[in-house]
Ligand binder design. Sequence first.
Ligand code: ZN
Length: 501
Amino acid sequence: MTALQKFKEIENKITQYNEALGVIYWDLRTGAPRSGMERRSEVIGTLSSEMFKLSTSDELGKVLTELESEDIFATLSDMDQRLVKEARVEYDRSVKIPAEEYKKYVILTSNSENKWEECKGNNDFDGFKPYLEQIIEMQQKFIDYWGVKETRYDTLLDQYEPGMTVAMLDEIFEQLKQKLVPLAQKIAEHQYKPETSFLKNEFDIAAQKEFSLYILKQMGFKFDAGRLDESVHPFATGLNPGDVRITTRYLKDDVTSALFGTIHEGGHAMYEQNIMKELIGTSLCTGTSMGIHESQSRFWENIIGRSRQFWNCNYEKLQTLFPQFKDISVDTFFRGNNVVNPQLIRIEADELTYNLHIIIRYEIEKMIFNEGLKVEDLPKVWNEKYEQYLGVKPQTYSEGVLQDVHWAGGAFGYFPSYSLGNMYAAQILNTLEQEMPDFWNKVEQGQLHEIRDWLIERIYKYGKMRKPNELILNITKEPLNPNYLSQYLTKKYTEIYKLNN
Ligand code: ZN
């Protein structure tokens, strides 16, 4: 067996373990009985550590070194070269953490996510505190193992958005703040406010499901390669391109929450469903970064799903399913679904203030890892920042510092991906509008498949073959530029709030 064959065999086995774990996580979040969870955490621990052993094995290290030798590397295909480079990054990252510590960490985060759910329900920060402290302590150790980049937080950031740094983000977020804060103020002080009272009503859950599935179909979600289920916190999981599962949550008193959740996760899913088959069984068979992944979910959810053209196309269908709207015009419905409302909960935020929720989390995470902010002080800092940036103050932990699952799962450095996603999406839209001049017409005609196909050709099919900065440069001919997002938001909200009138 050649080194390349051996290498691919190991890679394939790792992705198989990963897929098995993916099914278990999906099962845990979509209704697995609570009593079995502790045992299930142990199963996760065992499978993860088997996978970990494989991905840190001397055997893998040996074949990697062999493939990296100049004479062999030069003979590899582009894909195999990229694969070797990616595997090297992951190998070095994993091999630095002792196996026992890794297993301990996986079990800890799995239990911690369950504990978080319970504590959030009971508004119990003290109950969750010891878990969070242990997770942060272990992450700090990992940073030491991996090596500190420019700052300690840079090391965490790089896992989710390769190439992104604190220095770059500080500047990008500063530019965003300078544009978005005055815009939000202008909207708050403006006399005209869209009507929203019609959104308060009761909405049949079965009809909501039907509408969600109808829209997924219009987008081009492949139902023979995916499914839609329910969970408390919507998510998408790509097991392999032929099996990509998403969830949503139906609320009886909110007609669009489940829909926009479905569209969002559907965007993630279509990325994973359309990765080229050649990458299956390799570590390149996934989205290239969390930021690019979020750019796709947000492109579909916000730019398309919350647009006037989308509702011009789909409002009649909604009215048929929900007769409550028969006397509400599509214009009223569109505006009512795009209200700017500074409030406490990130996942309920509008497109504009959402970015401020992220900037708050980014600043707090930097404080934890670069300045040693203590867990016991988190609620205080959290509340102060909410008051400062959004003018609102949480009254409970559940609507404040306990609202997100990310920290319970150890995903420090992840939050900036959401805003990066918004910025990438707006920049990609700008290119799309130039290359496809009838883009908005297509949205209005429900020809979303053609938009999906454009995204497949430029983004989806490559999986992790291209790095995020390469991909953006390749598609839009310039590096990440936050001005596209502020321009898009300014244009959109000037129309919705009639700011020029
Ligand atoms: Zn997402």
